[in-house]
Write a new protein. Structure first.
Lengths: 417, 299
């Protein structure tokens, strides 16, 4: 086995075996399973609770029964009870826990209902809102009757307007497609953002650990620093793919199982119903390129510090770049066609997120993503050449300072004068 | 298998770390490198190993440059000690040995032998951070020599060890030499170099001030030491012609003289004064030479 593969295997195995890796993966898995089973989880907790009981004092005596019907048709967990007693007695009953709330309804001067709602706290707005909505409907009906409108006339009033958006550009995405794409791109952007930050940090940490523990000098006397750097980048790359595969696999399986309960809900907005293949492929490509770009950067920044404590300071500018790219991408989701976004999507450090966002949201001519990919690849190669030289000098350099002047010093160490 | 260093110079910006150093280290030699801190020893080692390029000159081993293709035959113990703190001794020694081109199984058997020899077989499955500093150093020494290097470079191999472990390591180094390794080492301890090396080089501010075989260096130094123990006062010898330095001791006096003939005259001079318990003419110690050449006390 060549030395490159020995380092790669060593990096991969010791990382995957490490406690921190196993724990992080397990916790994230738990989160994913929990999230995809959210409705089940919520049902489970709600099972124990009996519905809400609300006392009603109806001065007009005409509203209570239609309101009760209306409310219970919408949410059977809310139970309305006619209270026989005065307001103070009802409030006392709430304090004693007999009822969850008190609704005072009366008819106003124009014979339409109005109400006051009392509860121990009004932090929970769902119940009050549902009662309010029901009362609103009741009011509408009553008002309609007063105006002698028929049910058809009423329905006509409330019918939503037909409003459709159509794109003129050929093969532009339809409104529905766009909504789906937006959700998917949103989620994938998060994945790219987090994984680039996470794994680039991991690499910088690896390098800085080897350097601060001084094992580096033995390593570079047996294997060239450049070989080491790339073996490490690929090794951590495999770690990231392993982690991603586990997380996405479990997430997908868990989601598939629960798809029935989530149909039409939040998740269909995210566009997981049927995943557009092209978007996924672009996600993978831009993820890999983004990873290589930032991990090369991280490796050579990591090689410049001599103590772990200084590492954060050194890689903060890099993290800022990732964050900036992510922010612009988030902002661009709503208006992907602005010139600013278009230009930014060709800047190598933003391209992984921005070009992916554009390609996911818009129907770009194929040369645009290809151009961005080419720019990325060239940048990665340049950065790797430059980074490898800095790395070679950086690993031999021990000192207190953590400024970027060190890059110059590191280059000088490797230079033939 | 000759290590040949020809006119190497290393400059960092305007600072010259190593200036025009030429050395030839024959096969199966033990070569000692001496010099104060910052004299350029570690930089020289790094250039020998190819970790740094020299600004001028060239270094060859057996006629070929030393680079990563020869790393199988080279062992290096850096001055800065360090191993992976979280890895078990066995895991990392085997990993480092494989990077030197050793087979996994072979590395494991060799490691067991070495741990046995250093009387620490129970460390194989311990994490490095659990070991004491001295023991970590032993482990690192094993990492440097496990693959039986033909050229072994040891940067301060004995610093920070207790006397028992120094002996243990010294023996190991001598055995490696017996088995055919060429060894270059630097040390802070003159007596180690004096005891173990046939050839040596004293560096001062990047330049070699003395180099050659130990015997030749001592001979060409010319000056000798005289130790006299007597019951009468020897103070008057301080001014005696040919005496360069003097140091009073509890039992008499230590003198540095310009040559053997001065010793003869000295003896004649003091005999009439009374009983002389000891009169010895000694070779200069390496320490004397070092102080003379570098102009400062070393330790």
């Amino acid at each position: 086995m060549s030395k490159f593969w020995i380092i790669l295997a060593h990096t991969y195995i010791s990382k995957v075996k490490s406690k921190s890796f196993i724990i992080t993966t397990a916790v994230t898995l738990l989160l994913i399973v929990g999230l995809t089973n959210l409705s089940n989880v919520m049902d489970y907790f709600n099972k124990g609770e009996s519905g809400e009981e609300i006392a009603v004092i109806d001065e007009s005596e005409a509203i209570f029964s239609p309101l009760k019907q209306q409310v219970e048709a919408v949410n059977e967990d809310i139970k309305l009870t006619q209270f026989t007693g005065d307001e103070d007695a009802a409030k006392e009953a709430i304090r004693e826990g007999e009822y969850d709330g008190l609704l005072l309804v009366r008819l106003n001067s124009v014979n339409l209902p109005e109400a006051t709602y009392h509860a121990m706290t009004i932090a929970d707005t769902t119940i009050a809102n549902e009662v309010k909505n029901s009362l609103q409907q009741l009011k509408t009906q009553l008002a309609a009757t007063q105006m002698e409108l028929s049910t058809e006339e009423l329905a006509k009033l409330y019918e939503p307007v037909d409003f459709e958006q159509l794109a003129l550009e050929e093969n532009a995405k339809t409104e529905e497609e766009l909504n789906q794409a937006r959700g998917l791109v949103y989620v994938l952007l998060f994945v790219i953002y987090f994984s680039v930050i996470l794994y680039a940090n991991m690499i910088a940490m690896e390098v800085a650990t080897e350097k601060s523990s001084r094992v580096m000098e033995i390593l570079i006397s047996s294997v060239s620093p450049i070989k080491q750097m790339f073996a490490k980048i690929l090794g951590i790359g495999l770690v990231s793919i392993t982690q991603m595969a586990v997380l996405l696999g479990v997430g997908y399986a868990s989601m598939k199982q629960n798809l029935d309960t989530m149909q039409g809900g939040f998740f269909s907005y995210l566009g997981f119903g049927d995943l557009p293949l092209a978007t996924l492929i672009y996600a993978v490509v831009f993820f890999i390129l983004g990873y290589f770009l930032y991990s090369t950067l991280a490796a050579f920044l990591g090689s410049l510090v001599s103590r772990i404590e200084d590492l954060q300071q050194m890689i903060t500018p890099m993290t800022m770049l990732v964050v900036a790219g992510f922010m612009i991408a988030m902002f661009g989701l709503g208006q992907p066609e602005t010139t600013f976004i278009t230009i930014s999507s060709y800047i190598p450090f933003f391209a992984p997120m921005l070009m992916f966002m554009r390609v996911g949201m818009l129907s770009l001519p194929i040369w645009e993503p290809i151009l961005a990919i080419a720019i990325l690849i060239i940048t990665i190669i340049l950065l790797a050449i430059f980074g490898a030289r800095v790395y070679r000098g950086g690993v031999l350099m021990y000192g207190r300072s953590t400024s970027f002047k060190d890059i110059k010093k590191a280059l000088q160490l490797t230079k033939n004068e | 298998m000759v290590l040949k260093i020809e006119n190497i110079t290393k400059r960092f910006g305007t600072f010259t770390a190593v200036n025009d150093l030429s050395l030839t280290i024959p096969e199966r030699e033990m070569f000692g490198f001496l010099g104060a801190n910052g004299a350029g020893k570690t930089t020289t080692f790094r250039m020998i190993l190819g970790l740094m390029d020299s600004s001028d000159g060239r270094i060859t081993w057996n006629g070929n440059p030393i680079n990563y293709s020869t790393s199988r035959y080279i062992g290096y113990l850096p001055e800065e000690r360090g191993l992976y703190p979280k890895l078990k001794v066995k895991e990392q020694i085997v990993y480092l040995a494989r990077l030197r081109g050793m087979e996994k199984g072979e590395a494991q058997t060799e490691l067991d032998k070495w741990l046995e020899r250093f009387k620490v077989p129970e460390y194989a499955n311990k994490k490095v951070e659990e070991l004491s500093k001295g023991n970590q150093q032993k482990i690192q020494f094993i990492a440097a020599v496990l693959h039986k290097p033909e050229l072994l470079i040891l940067d301060e191999p004995f610093s920070g060890l207790d006397p028992v472990n120094v002996e243990l390591l010294k023996e190991a180094v001598l055995d490696l030499k017996k088995n055919g390794s060429t060894i270059v080492f630097s040390s802070h301890r003159m007596e180690h170099v004096e005891e173990m090396c046939e050839h040596l080089c004293i560096m001062h501010k990047g330049s070699p001030v003395v180099h050659g075989s130990l015997r030749d260096i001592k001979k060409s130094f010319g000056k000798k030491n005289v130790v006299i123990h007597a019951d009468f006062s020897l103070d008057f010898l301080k001014e005696y012609p040919g005496v360069i330095k003097h140091k009073k001791t509890a039992e008499g006096i230590h003198l540095q003289i310009t040559g053997e003939e001065v010793a003869e005259n000295l003896l004649k001079e003091i005999v009439p004064y009374g009983f002389i318990r000891k009169f010895a003419l000694e070779e200069p110690s390496l320490n004397d030479i070092f102080i003379e050449k570098v102009g400062a006390s070393y330790e």
